[in-house]
Design a binder for this molecule. Structure first.
Ligand SMILES: [Zn+2]
Length: 456
């Protein structure tokens, strides 16, 4: 059995790992490279193995940096099955077509403004390419075993809860002699909604993520910050605007607000969810509630307690409503989406609050606002920022360096070697060092792009 690292090496995007046993080739995750241009360009390179030779893709979870290359792989000849948990499949059915749509829009924009070196600019894949990928999915329950064969070669795999996002899994693969586990993205033990990661079996080899391999999360109660923010804003008759990622984070925020209302800690202020994608993600969340920590009735109470904003017209009308309220809208870093209309309307008034609930990447509007920009450019015009701005960056869906080490410590079997991926170089190297210090005799390394390791 061999593993080859085809992405997420010294970076956090483009998760792609090829596991092969003789001529049986399976790909673990099939992610998009995102962020800096030199990374994004990698999505256009020919895949390192002819996609037609790959029998199956096993998906840890639906985030695009793990799944977003699937339509392209299929367009280039992949004709196998995509295995995932049921919730991952349902989220992918929302995220992949949206990704195709955004890429079509970007290509249209480049063509219109003549800024592409390629004439005409093409999308990596279209919305239709993404929709056409969905019938290739096949789902598997937690710890259910599936064996793939090619001639005499066999690989057996199973999914194990990883926390992080509904349906997110760690994947254990074995050839009967040796085994390897891919952590996927690991959530926090104390996440309010997603279950704690749960993989105790252990394996001979481990591939572990290291997003926060060099950090320990601050112990700030997000619920308290959200309560304080809502209370002081409605006291001055303002609106709280929460830019949020639609999938995962929006449901977390809704849950906190639901709990605060139920406990009587905040009044029954109207909450509007203005994101069609978050609305669809709510449905996935409610239909897979058994994967979460909360019960069915509570999950429905969370989704029912919110007013959804169906059309763009309704979204514009919401800005005319001057009553105190909470609006949750995408995108989380205010780079696009319906949140922009609300920012134009709400940022120039000191009685309102903009509450950021996620990491703001450098160069985004969200980053400029939390750094104290006095005005922001939206739709070609400058708008003053006079509202209060609060950043709550302790709601990460990734565990920290302590959680990563604990995940390894909880496994019954000591691995021979741990490969540290899915982290910036310093983060990955820090975790590598910590693993070798904590588990004497265990080798740890940070693989480079394209590196292939024989596991037999
Ligand atoms: Zn993820």
């Amino acid at each position: 059995m061999k593993v080859q690292f085809l992405g997420a090496t010294e970076t956090i995007t483009g998760s792609r790992y090829l596991v092969s046993e003789g001529n049986l080739k399976i790909l673990v995750d099939c992610g998009l490279f995102q962020g800096y241009k030199n990374l994004r360009l990698k999505n256009w390179h020919a895949f390192q193995v002819p996609p037609a030779e790959i029998s199956a893709v096993l998906l840890t979870h639906a985030h695009l940096d793990h799944s977003g290359y699937l339509p392209r792989l299929r367009m280039n000849g992949f004709n196998g099955t995509i295995f995932s948990t049921p919730a991952t499949k349902d989220l992918a059915a929302i995220l992949l077509p949206d990704s195709g749509h955004l890429q079509e829009e970007e290509a249209r924009f480049l063509n219109k403004h003549g800024t592409s070196k390629h004439a005409p600019a093409l999308p990596l894949y279209t919305q239709k390419d993404a929709t056409d990928t969905m019938p290739s999915f096949s789902t598997l329950g937690w710890r259910e075993q599936k064996t793939l064969k090619s001639g005499d070669n066999e690989l057996t795999f199973s999914f194990h809860p990883a926390g992080h996002l509904f349906g997110a899994a760690s994947i254990l693969i074995s050839n009967g002699k040796k085994s390897i586990v891919f952590s996927g993205d690991l959530g926090r033990d104390n996440d309010p909604i997603t279950q704690a990661p749960d993989f105790k079996e252990g394996a001979d080899f481990v591939v572990i993520e290291s997003t926060y391999g060099d950090r320990v999360h601050e112990q700030i109660e997000p619920e308290k910050v959200i309560a304080e923010t809502i209370l002081k804003t409605i006291a001055r008759k303002g609106t709280v605007l929460i830019p949020s990622f639609a999938v995962g984070r929006a449901q977390q925020v809704l849950y906190y607000i639901h709990r605060l209302k139920k406990a009587g800690s905040i009044p029954d202020v109207p909450v509007f969810l203005n994101s069609p994608m978050a609305d669809k993600a709510n449905d996935v969340f409610c239909s897979h509630v058994e994967d979460s920590r909360i019960n069915r009735s509570e999950a429905h109470a969370i989704c029912d307690g919110v007013r959804t904003v169906a059309s763009v017209e309704e979204s514009v009308e919401l800005n005319l409503n001057k009553d105190p309220k909470v609006i949750i809208a995408a995108s989380g870093m205010a780079t696009g989406g319906r949140v922009l209309h609300h920012l134009k309307s709400l940022a120039p008034d000191a009685k309102n609050t903009i509450l950021f609930v996620g990491y703001q990447a450098g160069g985004t509007r969200g980053d400029a606002i939390v750094r104290g920009a006095k005005e922001i450019k939206i739709h070609g015009q400058y708008w003053p920022v006079l509202s209060e701005v609060i950043q709550l960056d302790t709601m990460s869906a990734h565990t920290d360096s302590i959680g990563l080490i604990n995940w390894l410590r909880g496994q019954k079997k000591r691995p021979m070697e741990v490969f540290v991926t899915h982290g910036e170089a310093s983060s990955a190297d820090n975790l590598r060092r910590k693993i070798e210090e904590t588990f004497p005799g265990v080798r740890a390394s940070v693989p480079t792009f394209g590196e292939c390791v024989n596991l037999d």
